[in-house]
Design a binder for this molecule. Structure first.
Ligand code: PGA
Length: 263
């Protein structure tokens, strides 16, 4: 059974309010006019733009909004933090454990796990990012790192809730902003990571559950390479950074993903 493909735009800390509005309206207009849209599109802007984009979205259901992070407590004396309860009126999703959070803000597997629970408690959907560093990849330790990060992130998440998560595999060496010379995995590498993660999930839960959890790929995705990563036997969608800041490029990625699922 094929799942609905998911395409996520991670805008990171980019765009002025005016530019964010313009880009979002371009997405909205084109996506509304796509008749056979099979994919689910999730846009993750900076927190402060969520209310405005929610307004611009109106009743359009083909696009959803997500945050780029949340804190694991709901309220309290945590200067500068934003909770899942606070984003709930605007965004149904949030990234957690992105490699930039892990690298620049010291986010550990334990912190990621607390954020996952905080989101699930608020009936929101965590997009859990995992991925190995270049050294791990070169030493052939990808599986060990992914196992540790995956198990850490979903620790104590019961069967009844695990279908509410989205998993994103983002090798750090492929992220355009994290590596001086980003490379991307081969189709075979993508297929074997996909199988490995499903096997891990079936060991923790059941095979049927493992089959249903969406697993996405992220790292230097563009309209030319997206079908290497997404499609039957590969990943269920993509998490797009840099290329999501250009409307025409993001929309052509979306069209490619759509058509790879329509045949
Ligand atoms: P990139 O970023 O597409 O610019 O490599 C992906 C990400 O960091 O989520």
């Amino acid at each position: 059974m094929q799942k609905k493909p998911i395409l996520i735009a991670n805008w990171k800390m980019n765009l002025s309010l005016e530019d964010a509005r313009r880009l979002f309206l371009q997405f909205r207009k084109s996506i509304m006019s796509m008749k056979a849209l099979r994919s689910q599109v999730i846009v993750c802007p900076a927190y402060v733009y969520l209310p405005e984009l929610k307004k611009l979205l109106g009743r359009v259901q083909k696009i959803s909004l997500g945050a780029q992070d949340v804190f694991y407590e709901q309220e309290g004396a945590y200067t500068g933090e934003v909770s899942s309860m606070m984003i709930a009126p605007f965004a149904q999703y949030s990234l957690v454990g992105h490699s930039e959070r892990r690298a620049y803000f010291g986010e550990t597997d334990d912190v990621v796990n607390r954020k996952v629970h905080a989101l699930l408690n608020e009936r929101q959907i965590p997009i859990v990012c995992i991925g190995e560093q270049l050294e791990d990849y070169q030493k052939g330790e990808t599986a060990d790192v992914l196992r540790r990060q995956l198990r850490g992130a979903i620790k104590n998440v019961p069967k009844s809730r695990i279908l509410k998560i989205i998993l994103a595999y983002e090798p750090v060496w492929s992220i355009s902003t994290m590596s001086a010379n980003p490379k991307t995995p081969t189709e075979n590498e993508i297929m074997s990571v996909q199988l490995f993660l499903r096997k891990e999930l079936s060991t923790i839960y059941t095979r049927a559950i493992a089959e249903r959890i969406p697993i996405l790929y992220g790292g230097s995705v563009n309209s030319r390479n997206v079908t290497t990563f997404v499609g039957s036997g590969k990943m269920d969608g993509a998490l797009v950074g840099g290329a999501s800041l250009r409307a025409s490029e993001f929309l052509s990625i979306l069209r490619k993903v759509n058509s790879s699922y329509s045949s």
